[in-house]
Design a protein around this ligand. Sequence first.
Ligand code: GDD
Ligand code: MG
Length: 397
Amino acid sequence: MRLEYTHLTERFGAVRIHELQRVIELDSGAETGGRSGLIVSDEALRAIERELVVVIPCKNETRRVIDGVLSGIPHDCLIVLVSNSSRTPVDRYEIEAQTVADFCRATDRDAVCVHQRDPGLAAALKVAGVPEILDDEGLVRSGKGEGMLVGMALAALSGRRYVGYVDADNYVPGSVNEYCKVFAAGLHLAESPYAMVRISWHSKPKLQEGRLFFSRRGRASQVTNAFLNQIIGEYSSFGTDVVATGNAGEHAMTMELGLRLRLAGGFAVEPHQYVDLFEQFGGVLDSPHSDVMASSVEVRQIETRNPHFHDDKGEEHVADMRLQALHVLYHSGISLPPVREAIREFLGLPDDVEPPCERVYPPVGTLALDRLIGVLTSEARSFRQIGTGWSAAVPSP
Ligand code: GDD
Ligand code: MG
């Protein structure tokens, strides 16, 4: 794979955000000594893929689409499906888990599946030390961020070094494959053990008056990016547009970073990752992570080539996602008064109304993962290990 060089890097304390870089060539050939662009060889990509867990959060997506997503994930990656699909009147989770099992049998691969609302998973997370993720019914709350936290814990249990996320509603297997290759390329290029790669898709195709229109920008991202950039600009006194991936659903990171992140619930999860990096490693608020502060946190943003063609869940859904993003930005201790004021204005809030707070969970690295796996394997009936066989040996962050 060949990527553009990045020239500009914005700093926020120990956090280094690279400007957006494009994929120039999906396959850069066998020669590794090219003169243009950053080349990541096939061997280098594969070395990362062997250490990469790909988590697929899934809620009521169709079997054929999920099967396509699976087919796009490079062979050596470990697949983790975290599903919040309905189980009645038809048990959609059973269909999904069977789809994963069939795929793994056909391709000689490993995977793990679990249902987010499994009482056994709830019990496991409770003993592991995150009871706040449970709702009034005593089950893990619904939400993409909650599913991602479960995926992060399972990724940690695998002992692999990297975790990435891809959505289950992607109609183009080739784009899933490109996302995973880009994860591997970005992680290979990282100079810090605390690194994250965030995808900015090239375009999203939409039908407009009978024609395909390739829209360049996401409806939620535009707003989230603008406010994240304002947060940075307020500190540096220089305006910036470096953040292009505030809502990136497709992203990957080193486990060393992932285990330290405080994941937010629902669709606040991705914008909150930036906020959390700034809070924990920005040098503005106190940080217990002197090891990370002495190193750096590297964020690479990479623009992929394939169009992002997924299920359109409607305008209301996008508006809700935008709101959740703005809530975390508003309530963060690193947002200075002008940013908060701008968010209030954008939301049209009267002076006496505060936006609600989104949920933020403790880092997965602080959980008792050895206890989690014990309860999970004995009590979670939806938990499937296809080809894997995990012990309680868990890497510490
Ligand atoms: N496990 C789990 N639990 N998965 C969920 C849940 C849940 O409660 N809710 C949604 N998902 C899954 C969906 O099935 C899909 O695979 C993925 O999470 C993303 O959800 P969508 O509903 O398709 O979101 P979107 O396409 O509008 O937004 C995506 O892109 C945004 C950036 O453009 C998401 O990835 C956002 O998080 C992202 O910000
Ligand atoms: Mg989607």
